[in-house]
Design a protein around this ligand. Structure first.
Ligand code: P6P
Length: 358
């Protein structure tokens, strides 16, 4: 019999309620609606969770499974050597969504053209854009990798399968997020109502809500960039790097996998940069299934994401695999990088004015 003078210990009920806050239920709570679109989004996120579980299972056993690791010997549309895990994860998303009745198309870093599922394509359905394994250079050495995803509405029926309606700004995304395959598998997502993290409980086989309404610090100590490219960068980025070298309070962290670097910055604050170079001013990262989904998420968490000249979410790509430079993270850290770019631009304009005056 409980002692009436003692406060009831409800922690077990809280724990039970939290363990029942699955991803699909959380989406409906977020949208505060049971409309057809809310149900669709809930089902879409549930499918993403299933894909993540299948990929996580493969990754945790990869070292023991024949032909799970290593290269396929093929090169993808990006000109990158394809890892067996890239191909496996890409197929997982296709298999999980093919019979879902939810999406018309899947556009992936690993496929030159979108994969169409015609029987699912009444107008107004959805498109999934994804990077199945981000950071696959880490796969064979058992370091963290990720998956990145964005969901957009299908506009029109795209009978000619041109995919032109996908070439719109990141503001067209209705949901985005990533899966981090690390010591634990985490799924971090937003449907436009804040950013929320779920942790996979292998004993349940469910993603359970672990952190709700994540807010990125306005400023953080971390700068995350591959300084091996220093001499290929434009001068403003080199000046920014010299600045953080010379000033107290900054520390470098770079894993070679975008999702892990972004996840660290989301929780601890700071900035990730993948700038363009003199030879490749557009940079390396792909807009539609890397930069735009992460920009959506980081802005939802109170941060910002820039190409250096405009907000990532405003960029309208000319092609499916368009690339953009990426400066993303805490508002103040991103603004500091942009200030070096703007200062350099002003100096260039002043020099041009002086040279025209002779
Ligand atoms: P680099 C992985 O290939 C990736 O697309 C991102 O995950 C990562 O941030 C970046 O490339 C690493 O590129 O040139 O520094 O090896």
């Amino acid at each position: 019999m409980a002692d009436v003078d003692q406060p009831l210990d409800l922690s077990h009920e809280y724990a039970l309620d939290r363990d029942c806050t699955t991803l699909s239920r959380h989406v409906l709570q977020q949208l505060q609606s049971f409309s057809a679109e809310a149900q669709d989004l809930s089902a879409l996120m549930n499918r993403i969770a299933l894909a993540a579980k299948l990929i996580a299972r493969r990754l945790t056993r990869a070292g023991l499974v024949e032909d799970a690791l290593g290269f396929t010997g093929r090169t993808n549309v990006q000109g990158e050597s394809v890892k067996r895990m890239d191909e496996f994860a890409n197929q997982v998303f296709i298999s999980v969504f093919e019979q879902s009745g939810l999406v018309c198309r899947l556009a992936s870093e690993e496929m030159e053209n979108p994969y169409y599922i015609p029987e699912n394509c009444p107008i107004g359905r959805y498109t999934l854009l994804y990077d199945p394994i981000d950071g696959s250079s880490n796969v064979d050495i058992n370091l963290n990798v990720g998956s990145i995803f964005a969901i957009r509405r299908q506009e029109g029926n795209d009978l000619e399968q041109s995919g032109k309606d996908m070439l719109q700004s990141g503001h067209q995304q209705i949901a985005a997020g990533y899966v981090l395959y690390g010591p634990s598998t985490m799924l971090v997502y937003s449907v436009g109502r804040g950013v929320h993290a779920f942790t996979l409980d292998p004993s349940l086989g469910e993603f359970i809500l672990s952190t709700e309404n994540i807010r990125i610090p306005d400023h953080g100590p971390i700068y995350s960039v591959n300084e091996g490219n220093f001499w290929q960068w434009e001068e403003p980025i080199r000046d920014y790097t010299r600045y953080v070298h010379r000033h107290e309070g900054y520390t470098a962290r770079y894993s070679g996998a975008l999702v892990g670097d972004i996840h660290r910055i989301l929780f601890q604050g700071g900035v990730f940069l993948y700038p363009g170079t003199v030879k490749k001013p557009e940079g390396k990262l792909r807009l539609l299934y890397e930069s735009a989904p992460l920009a959506y998420l980081i802005e939802q968490a109170g941060g910002s994401a820039s190409t250096g000249s405009q907000a990532v979410l405003d960029v309208i790509p000319e092609k499916l695999h368009a690339r953009t430079p990426l400066i993303i993270g805490s508002k103040e850290n991103v603004a500091l990088v942009e200030s070096f770019i703007q200062e350099h631009s002003r100096e260039q304009q002043d020099r041009q004015i002086l040279s025209t005056k002779g």
